[in-house]
Ligand binder design. Structure first.
Ligand SMILES: CC(C)(COP(=O)(O)OP(=O)(O)OC[C@H]1O[C@@H](n2cnc3c(N)ncnc32)[C@H](O)[C@@H]1OP(=O)(O)O)[C@@H](O)C(=O)NCCC(=O)NCCS
Length: 153
């Protein structure tokens, strides 16, 4: 059974294996996490993993002025559409709710229809668009948010 729990240092090997799968699938290097980055997120308590006798997915976020913002949700290709991504977000929502949180933000590349469909399916609403300019920058991002009524349901 898949368990959602906070990542610990011993999970970094499994997390790097997830990154390797994404690298082989064409994710650019600058979009992949290294061990130092995972350790930093573990130290900040901003990383949940889905564990099923090994790491099958993870959810990473940051906080902007105390507002949690999902940075990356990644599930192994052969374990998608089993509800793992949704369970990771629910795990974060439970933590936020317990701590009095009332909003969760996320974003995706404006052209990534799969990621947008997933966000919508698990309850995020379109919150606007940001145009990024410059090298390595994504051409646009769609912001999505869940408000008080949804996260505190
Ligand atoms: C996006 C991602 C994290 C979703 O994880 P997942 O575990 O497959 O998603 P879930 O099983 O929780 O999906 C929940 C619902 O979202 C919707 N959904 C998920 N993936 C979808 C897709 N590719 N196309 C359309 N709808 C999708 C479905 O309604 C799904 O429910 P259903 O399977 O009962 O129909 C995963 O596909 C992934 O790692 N993608 C590559 C990285 C990425 O794009 N991350 C998101 C932006 S950071």
């Amino acid at each position: 059974m898949t368990e959602v729990r906070p990542a610990v240092t011993a999970d970094i090997v499994g997390l790097l294996a997830v990154e390797e799968e994404f690298r082989l699938a064409g994710t650019p290097e600058w979009f992949l996490m290294d061990d130092a980055w995972f350790q930093r997120k573990i130290d900040r308590d901003e990383l949940l993993i889905a564990d099923d006798d090994g790491i099958v997915g993870y959810l990473m976020w940051t906080s902007l002025w105390r507002l949690p913002w999902i940075e990356f949700a990644r599930v192994l290709a052969d374990r998608r559409r089993e509800g793992i991504g949704k369970a990771l977000v629910r795990g974060l929502e439970d933590r936020l709710r317990a701590a009095g949180g009332w909003m969760l933000l996320s974003s995706s590349t404006g052209t990534d229809e799969d990621a947008i469909a997933w966000h919508r399916a698990i309850g995020f609403k379109d919150g606007g668009r940001i145009e990024w300019k410059g090298r390595n920058a994504m051409s646009e991002l769609c912001n999505r948010e869940r408000g008080r009524s949804e996260i505190l349901r």
